[in-house]
Design a protein around this ligand. Structure first.
Ligand code: PHE
Length: 377
């Protein structure tokens, strides 16, 4: 017995009829099949020991005259059956998808489950707001590590060893390594100025939000806090750019168009000249309002950031030609800005992880800050 119909040397017409019949049978079975039956059919006809596969293997037993014709015919049958299976499968799958879409309708108008509503921490929100403002001005965001070399945190910023300015920063030192070098937890975000100036060519325009550390702990100081640093280096950058940039920033951040902004001379080793920036506020009846009120006798100022033109020594320490390039830098505390803007009275509450505090002062996940919509709730 062989797959060609039980005859060792079948007549031509018999073999061809057999094939026609086989094709008709298979095609009508395909038309009836569901997805599972279709797969069975594919295996039993076209699989490793399927009917058609066996016939292909058996072709050698035919007479030489029949072999050619049977071979061609068999190929046509094989192709036809395979195509029919694929086509039927596509139809069935599309129907199954339609059915499941109709069944599993998702109601997009249902409210979010209350238990899955997280809140954005005011520190994250404030960083996002500040970054949105500076990015609008053409700054990009840079970051650096919390553990810094003494060089990046101090020396390159024109604060040499034994310089009294080092004592202003209550530094956390790590144990000395085998070369006697003591790494520090960065005391400010300014070392990222150094990292950027060493690795990138001017023009530079970066803001650096991040964590900073000082061994200081009381009602208004935390050993870990956040700063945002800014650095601009270009060929014709001057104090006017610094002032314009920071006045614009303060007004956008506090959302007060005519917010008074004052630059007070100050000192930082890494900037020259240096200034501290104050914003106008009014204190009436124990309350604090950012901006000016009607009552001019309640006018006051609040210090908000430090800034200055980058000291040429710092440019030199980073291999930047200080006769060709100048720039400005600034740094401010995130917590303090958030406390002022959102009326948060106690610094320590930022780190208590109290869910009631967060649901009061936190922000909706979908309220992503952007300058076009304004940055105030
Ligand atoms: N790094 C300074 C600080 O922590 C702030 C600052 C940054 C001042 C850049 C001037 C320029 O107090």
């Amino acid at each position: 017995m062989n797959v060609w119909g039980g005859r060792a040397n079948p007549g031509r017409s018999f073999a061809m009829e057999n094939l026609d019949q086989l094709q008709d049978d298979l095609l009508s079975q395909v038309e009836e099949a569901d997805l599972a039956a279709l797969e069975e059919l594919r295996v039993s006809a076209l699989g490793k020991s399927g009917t058609i596969t066996e016939m292909v293997k058996g072709i050698g037993q035919l007479s030489p005259e029949d072999r050619r014709e049977a071979g061609q015919k068999l190929n046509t049958v094989k192709k036809g059956v395979a195509e029919a299976i694929d086509a039927r499968k596509a139809v069935l799958e599309a129907a199954a998808l339609d059915a499941s879409l109709a069944d599993d309708r998702v109601d997009l108008t249902l409210p979010v489950r209350p238990e899955s509503q997280g809140r954005i921490h005011p520190i994250s929100q404030t960083i996002d707001e500040m970054v949105a403002i500076f990015c609008e001005m053409g700054f990009t965001v840079a970051e650096g590590p919390h553990i810094e070399s003494d060089f990046n945190n101090f020396t390159a910023l024109n604060i040499p060893p034994e310089h009294p300015a080092r004592q202003d920063h209550d530094t956390f030192y790590l144990p000395a390594d085998e070369n006697g070098e003591r790494k520090v937890l960065r005391t400010h975000t300014s070392p990222v100025q150094i990292r950027t100036m060493i690795t990138e060519k001017p023009p530079i325009r970066i803001v650096v939000p991040g964590r900073t550390f000082r061994a200081d702990h009381d009602a208004t100081h935390s050993p870990m806090f956040h700063q945002i640093e800014g650095l601009v280096i270009d060929e014709e950058t001057h104090m006017g750019h610094l002032k314009g940039c920071l006045i614009e920033f303060c007004r956008a951040f506090f959302d007060v168009d005519d917010l008074p902004v004052r630059f007070r001379p100050s000192y930082f080793p890494f900037t020259e000249p240096s200034a501290e920036v104050d914003i106008g506020c009014s204190r009436e009846g124990g309350g604090l309002t950012i901006g000016r009120s009607e009552n001019s006798s309640a006018e006051d100022w609040l210090e908000i950031l430090g800034c200055g033109m980058v000291n040429p020594h710092v440019l030199k320490n980073c291999g930047i030609d200080s006769t060709k390039y100048q720039g400005f830098a600034f740094g401010l505390g995130i917590e303090r800005a958030a406390m002022l803007k959102y009326g948060i009275p106690d610094l320590r509450t930022f780190y208590d992880s109290d869910i009631r505090w967060l649901s009061h002062y936190g922000f909706d996940r979908l309220e992503v800050p952007n300058v076009a919509e304004g940055l105030v709730r």
